[in-house]
Design a protein around this ligand. Structure first.
Ligand code: MN
Ligand code: MN
Length: 318
């Protein structure tokens, strides 16, 4: 298919391991003007409570994303023909000042949203999703389909600090960015701090689906419920790489055993077809804890899966 849109570098002309590293080997562009979908890095992990390193995620995911090809092998989606996509670089961040870091991420993301592009970002720890939502949900609250081992709806840490990667979705609800009744969390598991840890989320109306329920019901059934919860409205998709089992994605800050396989993770994302996605992210890839780049490769591949469903949506609404 011939289109006027940006195209990846042809691997038959320039090998995958050569040239500048960008997401999917797309052109690096200065801003999101004219793009349908902006691939963007957020190299910031100032909200991490355990092992740090997700600040290095975007660079390694770019590197592994050189392995992505043009066509989805199951759906035959050609995302680069359906939508104009490019790499707009990394947002400005501040590694030594949390509040300024959040402000910079919001400002950078607002420029992408104002340009009319759908942001598809790579973190960064999960607190980065809060300033992203401040930009994406500026016109009204969004729903969310959230893949994670953790609910990330805790209140405060370390003497009342409201901003960590364990709190973004409580803050997003408090700020009116996230509609809890259109929010579903999938793959939640692991030990918790208190018996009532997920009660606040449920009381707001969030549907919390533990990993055990996913195993019992199967992916298609769980995702049919998720699509029903999101409905027809504007929906954000957040993919924390720790929803995947650490045997397949060890490079992350807060690993939890008993997770999805990479194959299940791909199936989950494919089931997003038809959801009105207004922004999405892959977060918590921490290369310092990775083995042979496998977590970054998982992140890059999930990024491609997300790109395919978002591009199909762009084309359907064009
Ligand atoms: Mn998370
Ligand atoms: Mn998590």
């Amino acid at each position: 298919m011939t289109t006027p849109f940006h195209q990846p570098v042809d691997a038959a002309e320039v090998p995958r391991f050569a040239g500048h590293s960008t997401f999917m080997r797309l052109p690096a562009v200065a801003d999101a003007t004219g793009l349908d979908i902006a691939l963007v890095g957020i190299p910031w992990d100032g909200g991490t409570t355990n092992r740090a390193g997700a600040r290095h995620g975007p660079r390694e995911v770019r590197n592994q994303s050189s392995l992505m090809r043009r066509v989805h092998h199951v759906t035959l989606t050609e995302p680069f023909s359906l939508a104009n996509v490019a790499d707009v670089g990394d947002l400005s961040v501040n590694p030594i000042d949390l509040l300024d870091g959040l402000k910079r991420i919001e400002t950078g993301m607002r420029a992408i949203v104002d340009a009319g592009a759908i942001p598809l970002s790579v973190g960064g720890d999960h607190l980065t999703t809060l300033p992203v939502m401040r930009a994406v949900a500026a016109g009204g609250p969004v729903g969310m389909i959230h893949f994670d081992a953790h609910s990330d709806t805790n209140d405060t840490y370390f003497g009342g600090n409201p901003y960590t990667h364990g709190t973004p979705f409580r803050r997003a609800i408090e700020e009116g960015l996230l509609d809890p009744k259109r929010t579903v969390q999938i793959g939640i598991r692991g030990s918790i701090y208190a018996t009532d840890e997920h009660d606040w989320a449920r009381a707001q109306g969030i549907r919390v689906i533990y990993m055990e329920e996913c195993t019992r019901r199967g992916i298609a059934d769980v995702m049919a419920e998720a699509r029903g919860i999101a409905g027809d409205g504007r929906t954000y998709v957040s993919f924390d790489i720790d929803c995947i089992d650490p045997s397949m994605a060890p490079g992350t800050g807060t690993p939890e055993i008993g997770g999805f396989t990479t194959r299940e993770a791909q199936a989950l994302v494919r089931e997003l077809a038809g959801v009105r996605i207004v922004g999405a992210d892959v977060v918590e890839v921490a290369p310092p804890f990775d083995v042979a780049g496998m977590t970054a490769l998982a992140g890059a591949t999930i990024l491609f899966e997300l790109l395919c469903v978002i591009a199909e949506g762009v084309a359907a609404r064009r």
